[in-house]
Design a protein around this ligand. Structure first.
Ligand code: SPD
Length: 388
């Protein structure tokens, strides 16, 4: 059974239980969103959707990855709640964390990946979530709750997930691509010189080199990291750029023939992205035989968020199945929202089944990025590579 079918079945089995938990009026008596009996305090009664409009801010500051939301989602939220979402973007966890760490970023919500959630929790940059305000949590797939980086989802809820592999143009690679050697073997590089990119990412890019070497992308063995560093330095003269921001556009336009890419960037390159740019149906995506990354980006509320109530309402809105489906259908990443999967456009579901989402076979070749006291070695490696 493929991943999508398993997810739907698992969700169908768990739905009644999850909905019952999510709607329980005994969870948190007297909270502002959904669980306080209306009759007990009619003066303070929230609207029928449970949201107390009097507590909403007029603006919410959302800092998210680029090309990672359907802009209409923000408009729909504003129409429904009268809250304007001020939206800025970034392209690397480390850039976002540096900004937040400096303090007074002004943002309410940011979207760290798995290992970066741990960093932010350890540094007390994020606040615990009030689950009583997150009544749509029951729509999420159990497969994507309680993952190692936040085992009880105390601080984070899943937003979107994806895979990291290789996106390529089938017209240039008619026989397909199945190995990281396409990007690392010196024998293959002159044919694509100046026409390919690697992600600008201190974990993903050394991770790809480590996979090519047959290693875990979490190894911190100094000799192995040195080999990965040498490989990246040898590749550098052939690269067009380290690029995490517009790989999608450059693949679609033909400027890149091949790229180290996130699965949604590949799907955007193939299908286009709303009014932003048109797609190129020759773009394909593969997890190389040596393996790749699985990752998940998560919604968190900053410790110094001035609008925490509104932030919860927004996060709950994003977890509505129809909103999650609209959003995932637009950006082409994988929704962790089980109730949203059947609502996705058929074309996206077909591409999920074709390798843009994990199935049992792919899962065996995918690794999560982990963080430990030793993984600071990746920052040093990356600084050395970038400085060359
Ligand atoms: N353009 C949005 C991309 C979001 C990617 N986040 C992935 C991080 C993987 N380590």
């Amino acid at each position: 059974m493929n991943w999508t079918r398993r997810t739907i079945l698992l969700f169908a089995m768990l739905l009644p239980l999850l909905v019952a938990c999510g709607n329980s009026s005994t969870d948190s008596p007297g909270n502002e969103y959904g669980s306080a009996p209306v009759a007990e305090s009619p003066a303070a009664a929230p609207a029928s959707d449970g949201v107390d409009r009097t507590k909403l801010a007029s603006e919410l500051y959302f800092y998210n990855w680029s090309d990672y939301i359907d802009p209409e989602t923000l408009e729909l939220f504003e129409q429904e709640y009268g809250v304007r979402v001020i939206y800025d973007t970034y392209d690397a966890n480390e850039d976002m964390i540096a900004k937040v760490r400096a303090g007074n970023s002004g943002y309410d919500i940011v979207v760290p990946s798995d290992y970066a959630v741990q960093t932010m929790v350890d540094e007390e940059l994020v606040q615990p979530l009030d689950k009583s305000l997150l009544t749509n949590l029951g729509a999420m797939s159990q497969n994507y709750l309680g993952i190692y980086f936040d085992p009880e989802n105390r601080y984070s809820v899943p937003y979107l997930l994806g895979l990291t592999g290789i996106a390529y143009n089938r017209e240039f690679f008619p026989n397909g691509v199945d190995s990281w050697s396409a990007l690392f073997d010196p024998a293959n590089l002159s044919a694509i010189q100046g026409k390919f990119s690697m992600l600008e990412d201190e974990r993903e890019t050394p991770g790809a080199a480590l996979k090519f070497l047959g290693q875990s992308l979490n190894t911190t063995d100094p000799a192995t990291l040195r080999q990965a560093q040498d490989l990246l330095i040898a590749q550098k003269p052939f690269l067009s750029a380290y690029n995490s921001s517009d790989v999608n556009r450059k693949l679609a336009s033909g400027e890149y023939l091949i790229a180290h890419a996130w699965s949604g960037q590949a799907m955007q390159a193939r299908n286009g992205l709303g009014d932003e740019f048109s797609g190129n149906p020759a773009i394909d995506f593969v997890i190389p035989k040596e393996g790749g990354t699985i990752w998940m980006d998560n919604l968190v509320i900053l410790n110094d968020s001035p609008n925490a109530y509104t932030a919860h309402v927004f996060i709950n809105f994003l977890m509505r199945p129809e909103i999650a489906a609209r959003n995932a259908g637009y950006v082409g990443y994988i929704t962790p929202n089980a109730a949203a999967v059947p609502l996705l456009p058929q074309e996206v579901q077909d591409l999920y089944a074709a390798g843009f989402a994990p199935n049992e076979e792919l899962l065996k070749r995918l690794e999560w990025i982990e963080r430990s006291a030793e993984t600071v070695a990746f920052t040093d490696l990356w600084t050395a590579v970038k400085g060359e």
